[in-house]
Design a protein around this ligand. Structure first.
Ligand code: SF4
Ligand code: SF4
Length: 301
């Protein structure tokens, strides 16, 4: 990774030679070593395995394209940054989107592979307590950046972040972390809408927008479905069979059907079987060729 200037936007020295390596280390260290990375179960299992981290520039034209594709409400990095720092003179290209992938653990995936209708306990814990880990990680990245003199915001934690109706996607939001990860070279979308990454599709995603100069991660794809065998080879479709409510078909992912199954559908099951308030599913993310890797044709022949 290229070393960049130590200087922060306010003219102070950050004391860091390579901002990308520093951020990567910060995120990896938290996931690999922090006791806060926990499923909060009796076994004290980790919520997530080692992360992937990617970067994209705030002036990347993809972010304008998302505004057209998803809806005009979808923030560009510059728009969310200006909401958070109204007096800032930062230009879009002064910003970096930091995105990360939190892979589910082997144990969580193994448990969920066996399920046919409702999530396993570990999966449901990863959905609730794992997402709490992700919130802490977003907060940590923002606070470390601010402490070093780099303005930063986690769009998902910003009070004005909202879910929205979208003509094209039925439900969408003012900031999609999966789209930030796609722009940051971390993966492409599958038939069931999940992001297929080099660590597979059984993942959660996080992101932060910061006024910091980090070279973008290369995107080893041009098409947003490049890693899905259904779109590239006309085969697989195993996520169709995994969905217990028919929310994945050859036409794609029916979000309304999916969400109805997850919430309220799985809420009572999680409470009565596992004893906490939660929900989840992820059956289409497990026991499929793209669960833990970018799938190849050999995986389905
Ligand atoms: S299971 Fe197959 S069809 Fe579904 S997203 Fe993965 S690669 Fe694509
Ligand atoms: S999350 Fe569950 S309900 Fe939604 S598409 Fe995947 S398998 Fe179907």
């Amino acid at each position: 990774m290229t070393a960049v200037s130590e200087e922060t936007p306010n003219g102070k020295k950050s004391g860091i030679q390579d901002h990308g390596a520093w951020i990567q280390g910060l995120i990896t260290d938290f996931v690999d070593r922090s006791p806060e990375n926990t499923l909060q179960n009796a076994a004290h299992d980790k919520a997530f395995d080692s992360p992937l981290v990617g970067f994209s520039n705030g002036g990347d034209p993809l972010y304008e394209a998302y505004k057209t594709a998803v809806g005009p409400f979808h923030w560009t990095p510059s728009e969310i940054f200006r909401l958070a720092f109204p007096g800032s003179d930062a230009k879009p290209e002064d910003l970096t989107v930091i995105a990360w992938i939190l892979p589910q653990t082997k144990a969580t995936k193994s448990d969920n592979r066996k399920e046919r209708l409702y999530p396993s306990e570990r999966w449901a814990r990863a959905r609730i307590f794992g997402e709490q880990v992700n919130v802490k990680l977003r907060e940590l990245v923002v606070s470390e950046l601010l402490e070093r003199g780099f303005e930063a915001v986690a769009p998902m934690l910003f009070p004005q972040w909202k879910r929205k109706d979208s003509d094209r996607y039925v439900f969408a939001s003012t900031w999609s972390e999966r789209h930030a990860a796609y722009a940051s070279g971390l993966g492409t979308f599958g038939l069931c809408d999940g992001l297929i990454t080099p660590k597979g599709k059984a993942v959660r995603v996080g992101s932060v927008v910061a006024r910091i100069n980090i070279p973008p991660t290369s995107r080893p794809y041009e098409d947003h479905h490049a890693y899905c065998l259904f779109y590239t080879k006309g085969t697989c479709g195993q996520c169709i069979d995994r969905c217990p409510v028919g929310a994945v078909t050859e036409a794609g992912h029916e979000k309304k059907k999916c969400l109805a199954h997850i919430r309220p559908g799985t809420v009572g099951y999680v409470k009565s079987h596992f004893g906490f308030d939660g929900y989840g599913c992820g059956l289409c993310q497990t026991a499929v060729p793209c669960e833990s890797k970018i799938p190849t044709i050999e995986d389905v022949t």
